[in-house]
Design a protein around this ligand. Structure first.
Ligand SMILES: Cc1cc2nc3c(=O)[nH]c(=O)nc-3n(C[C@H](O)[C@H](O)[C@H](O)COP(=O)(O)OP(=O)(O)OC[C@H]3O[C@@H](n4cnc5c(N)ncnc54)[C@H](O)[C@@H]3O)c2cc1C
Length: 418
C-alpha cells in the first residue's frame, strides 16, 4: 500500500495552500489527489479578475492565481496525481482511491487534509416546478462550458439568484454576445459582493429584481420562457404578480453546499455551515484529519481560502511532529444576535492569534461586531456596512482569551436592519 505522511484531498486553492504550508512546516512526504484534469480547482474557470488582492496586492484572474500556487507546488517537488478521485476514507486514515489507469487502490496517511471545495445547489434543491427542457444550468456549469470548453450556453438568458457566480455570468454572457434579461433574487438583498453588482450588472444595465422568483418553466425541448413572480416577506408568491419572460436559458445561482460526502461517511462531526466542525488549527472531530476552504464554509474571496489552508497545513505538520493533539480547551464559539455561524466552532488552544470567520444574517448599517469571552467584552469593531454576501473576519489577539472560559460569543449590537 502507498504511504504518505500527509494526503490532501482536492487540488484547488485550499489543497494547494495546505500542501505548501505542510511542506514549509517540515513535512516532506505529501500527496495531493485531484479528480479533475488539472490543479487549481474552480479557479481555472474564473477568468475574470479580482483574485489575490489581499495576498499578492494585485488583481489576478483565477487561472493566474492558481498558476502561482501550482508553480510553488512544482518548485517544492510536492507530489500530486490528477484524474484521480478519493472514494472513501476510513477513520484510521486509509483512503480508497480510483483512476482509469490504476483501478481502485488504497493509500495510508498519517494525517489528512480535506479540501474538496463545494458544489452548487441545483433546480432539485429549490424545487422549481415545470417541464424539464434543455437550457437549465447552474451558473458554474455555464462558466465551465463558456470559459473552459468553448461552448455558448444560450442567447436570451434569465438568471435566478444573485450569488457571485450568477452576477459574474451575467457579465460574461453579455460580453459573449448573449442577452441577460434580468437577475431575479428571492431575498430582499443580494448574496453576492457589492463590487460584483456594480461591475457585472450596473455597468451593463442588467436589471436586478429583489423579492422575485421563478414559479414555472415553459418549453418542452428547450426553455421558451420563465414565469417570474414577486414574493412576500415569507417568500410566498404574491398572486397576480406573475409575469412571463421569454428566454431560451435559465441559469441558477442559488447557493453553494460544502462537498462533504467523504467527511460524513468518515463520521466527522458536521456543523452549522454544512462543513466539518473544526478548531482554530482546522482540525476536525477525527484526530489528525484537517479541513479547509469551501469544504468547511463557503468563502467569497479566495485569498481567505489560502490563508485558512496555510493554518490547516501548519496544524497537520504540528500534529505529525508531536503526534498528538495539542491542548484541548474546548471553548465553544457561539453566534448570537445577527450572526449565522462562526468558524472555528471551537477553540482548543490559544497559543496564537485566533481568526474568527463569520456571516451576518441580514444587511446592517453603522453597527458594531461585539466579541465576548464568557461575559466580558474583549473586542468591538465598528462596521459602516455589513451584508450576508460578504464574510466578516475578526482577529482576536493571543492573550485576550482567558484559558478558564467556556465560550466566545459574537453578536451585532443594536440589531436594526439597513
Ligand atoms: C462554480 C463556482 C465559481 C466560483 N467563482 C468564484 C469567483 O469567481 N471568485 C471567487 O473568489 N470565488 C469563486 N468561487 C468560490 C471558490 O470556490 C473559492 O474561491 C475557491 O476556489 C475555493 O477553493 P477550494 O480549494 O476550497 O475549492 P475548489 O476550488 O472547489 O477545489 C476543490 C477541488 O477538490 C477536488 N475534489 C473534490 N472532491 C474530490 C475527491 N473526492 N477526490 C479528488 N478531488 C476532489 C475538486 O475537483 C476541486 O478541484 C466559486 C465557486 C464555485 C463553485
Amino acid at each position: 500500500m502507498m504511504k504518505y505522511d500527509v494526503v490532501v484531498v482536492g487540488g484547488g486553492p485550499a489543497g494547494l495552500g495546505a500542501a505548501l504550508s505542510a511542506k514549509e512546516n517540515g513535512i516532506s512526504s505529501i500527496l495531493i489527489i485531484e479528480r479533475d484534469r488539472e490543479l487549481g480547482g474552480i479557479l481555472g474557470q474564473c477568468i475574470h479578475n479580482g483574485f489575490g488582492i489581499h495576498i499578492f496586492k494585485e488583481e489576478l484572474t483565477g487561472p493566474e492565481y492558481a498558476h502561482k500556487y501550482v508553480k510553488k507546488i512544482e518548485d517544492k517537488n510536492i507530489e500530486y496525481v490528477l484524474d484521480t478521485m478519493v472514494l472513501d476514507i476510513s477513520k484510521d486514515k486509509v483512503l480508497k482511491v480510483t483512476n482509469s489507469k490504476d483501478g481502485i487502490f488504497s493509500i495510508r496517511a498519517k494525517a489528512i487534509i480535506l479540501a474538496m471545495g463545494c458544489r452548487e445547489r441545483t433546480r432539485e434543491n429549490i424545487q422549481i416546478p415545470g417541464y424539464r427542457p434543455s437550457g437549465i444550468l447552474t451558473a458554474g456549469a455555464a462558466q465551465r462550458y463558456i470559459n473552459m470548453e468553448g461552448y455558448m450556453v444560450g442567447n436570451k438568458v434569465a438568471i435566478l439568484g444573485s450569488g457571485d457566480i450568477g452576477l459574474i455570468m451575467a457579465r460574461r454572457i453579455t460580453l459573449e454576445g448573449g442577452e441577460v434579461i434580468g437577475v431575479f433574487e428571492i431575498m430582499p438583498y443580494s448574496s453576492g459582493l457589492n463590487r460584483n453588482i456594480a461591475q457585472c450588472l450596473d455597468d451593463y444595465n442588467i436589471p436586478l429584481y429583489f423579492n422575485h422568483t421563478v414559479v414555472d418553466i415553459k418549453g418542452k425541448n428547450r426553455v421558451n420562457s420563465v414565469l417570474i413572480g414577486e414574493v412576500d416577506e415569507n417568500k410566498q408568491l404574491i398572486k397576480g404578480t406573475e409575469k412571463e419572460y421569454e428566454c431560451d436559458t435559465l441559469l441558477l445561482s442559488v447557493g453553494l453546499i460544502p462537498e462533504n460526502e467523504l467527511s460524513k461517511k468518515m463520521g466527522i462531526e458536521i456543523g452549522k455551515t454544512g462543513g466539518p466542525v473544526v478548531n482554530e488549527k482546522l482540525e476536525t472531530s477525527v484526530e489528525g484529519v484537517f479541513a479547509c476552504g469551501n469544504v468547511v464554509h463557503v468563502h467569497d474571496v479566495v485569498d481567505f481560502v489560502t490563508e485558512e489552508s496555510i493554518r490547516a497545513g501548519k496544524g497537520a505538520a504540528e500534529y505529525l511532529n508531536k503526534n498528538k493533539r495539542m491542548k484541548k480547551l474546548n471553548i465553544k464559539t457561539i453566534p448570537k444576535d445577527g450572526i449565522s455561524y462562526i468558524v472555528p466552532e471551537k477553540i482548543d488552544s490559544i497559543d496564537e492569534d485566533i481568526i474568527l470567520s463569520m456571516r451576518v444574517k441580514d444587511k446592517y448599517k453603522n453597527k458594531k461586531i461585539v466579541v465576548k469571552s464568557n461575559n466580558k467584552v474583549i473586542k468591538e469593531i465598528k462596521r459602516l456596512h455589513m451584508t450576508p454576501g460578504e464574510m466578516e473576519r475578526v482577529t482576536i489577539k493571543r492573550g485576550l482569551i482567558g484559558e478558564n472560559i467556556s465560550e466566545i460569543s459574537v453578536k451585532i449590537e443594536g440589531e436594526n436592519h439597513e
